[in-house]
Design a protein around this ligand. Structure first.
Ligand SMILES: NC(=O)c1ccc[n+]([C@@H]2O[C@H](COP(=O)([O-])OP(=O)(O)OC[C@H]3O[C@@H](n4cnc5c(N)ncnc54)[C@H](O)[C@@H]3O)[C@@H](O)[C@H]2O)c1
Length: 339
């Protein structure tokens, strides 16, 4: 029996859209049935690689073609809501780039619309389809780290300064979506500070702190103005700790059997003795998979009802809620915002 391959149109062919187009075109689960960008030069440049695939500068024209059963949206963030709404209203499944929308209210409205129409709405949280994050989730799910004490991530480089969003909306969705996928607990508050060193008012460096019930704390450092590229996350548990270094080519994850044992000494006097536990380190094998290829195939299976979404609209909304609160906190001088 042959499986129906989902007809996908890619909307927005700037920096990221061509990656989606390539992975849709090479997927066994999908077919590339349309390409759309309002910029004629971008459209022509990308469409030249896919002869025979319908190309258009107009979304409504794209949606007139019944072969476009789903749309992958890779346009700037401010346009996500309007374009996703148009596609859903036209009865198309939607895979939308991160961050899902500019506000939680917009994300909620898209989720409601997709549910009402019986359509699939997913968000491209690319990292959650990588071999490293898949393995990280697997390890965390065993509970072998013990209670999670902290999550500490750094994502910095001499980055592409964006013109429409600050560094929080650009880079933090990656780390927030990984954390959302891997940690069972959800944050209760957000505090953020950041600075726009240049005149456009968009912060190019930011520090975000999340708090959770039970004492877990998470910190995210995002920066477009670093001389080197760092992509490191430390996860500390009471039993074990993990270092996820995405700049490593092979051993991206290292699990350390290190920690402290705390003992209260001397009855009545109470002073705390910290004993260090220095155990082994192990680097698990990580499958080498192309994240976007896994993701588009998964999207097609979700549409067919064969899989539950790894990054559905609900995950997109949780990330946007944190981004929105972080932005508010930055505007209010680092005030703690309850979620
Ligand atoms: N998942 C990832 O790792 C990842 C990486 C980079 C970017 N992104 C996301 O992808 C999205 C796009 O980012 P980018 O860097 O590719 O942007 P970009 O500016 O390079 O490209 C956007 C394209 O969309 C087109 N466009 C805009 N509005 C349109 C409309 N109404 N109709 C048709 N075409 C339209 C523009 O002409 C442009 O070619 C953003 O949401 C960004 O956050 C995700």
């Amino acid at each position: 029996m042959t499986t129906h391959r989902l007809g996908v149109g890619v909307l927005g062919l700037g920096y990221w859209g061509p990656n989606l187009a390539k992975n849709v075109a090479t997927s066994k689960e999908c077919r590339l049935t349309g390409l759309c960008d309002r910029d004629a030069a971008r459209l022509e440049h990308v469409a030249a690689e896919y002869p025979g695939v319908r190309q258009t500068r107009d979304v409504d024209d794209l949606l007139r073609d019944p072969a476009v059963e789903a749309v992958a949206i890779a346009t700037p963030v401010d346009s996500h809501y309007g374009l996703a709404r148009t596609c859903l209203e036209a009865g198309r499944h939607v895979l939308i780039e991160k961050p899902m929308t500019r506000s939680a209210a917009e994300a909620e409205s898209l989720i409601e619309l997709a549910e009402r129409k019986g359509l699939t709405l997913m968000v491209d949280h690319t990292f959650n389809y990588t071999g490293a994050v898949t393995k990280l989730k697997e390890i965390m799910a065993t509970g072998s780290l013990g209670d999670i004490l902290y999550w500490d991530s750094v994502r910095v480089n001499l980055g592409l300064f964006q013109h429409d969003v600050n560094v929080v909306w650009d880079l933090a969705p990656h780390d927030l979506s990984i954390m959302d996928y891997v940690l069972d607990v959800k944050p209760t508050s957000v505090q953020a500070t950041g600075v726009a060193h240049y005149s456009d008012g968009l912060e190019n460096i930011a520090y975000i702190t999340l708090r959770f019930t039970g004492g877990t704390i998470a910190h995210f450092h995002v920066n477009w103005l670093a001389p080197v590229k760092i992509r490191t996350t430390l996860i500390g548990g009471t039993k074990k700790m993990i270092v996820f270094d995405d700049m490593e080519t092979v051993e991206k994850l290292k699990v350390y059997d290190k920690g402290v044992n705390v003992v209260k000494e001397r009855e009545g006097i109470y002073y705390t003795l910290v004993q260090y536990r220095m155990g082994d380190m192990f680097a698990p094998h990580i499958q080498n998979v192309e994240a976007l290829s896994r993701e588009v195939a998964h999207f097609a299976r979700v549409v067919r009802g064969e899989d539950r979404p790894i990054s559905g609209g609900d995950a997109g909304l949780r990330v946007v809620r944190i981004l929105e609160a972080a932005e508010r906190s930055m505007r209010e001088g680092g005030k703690e915002i309850r979620l």
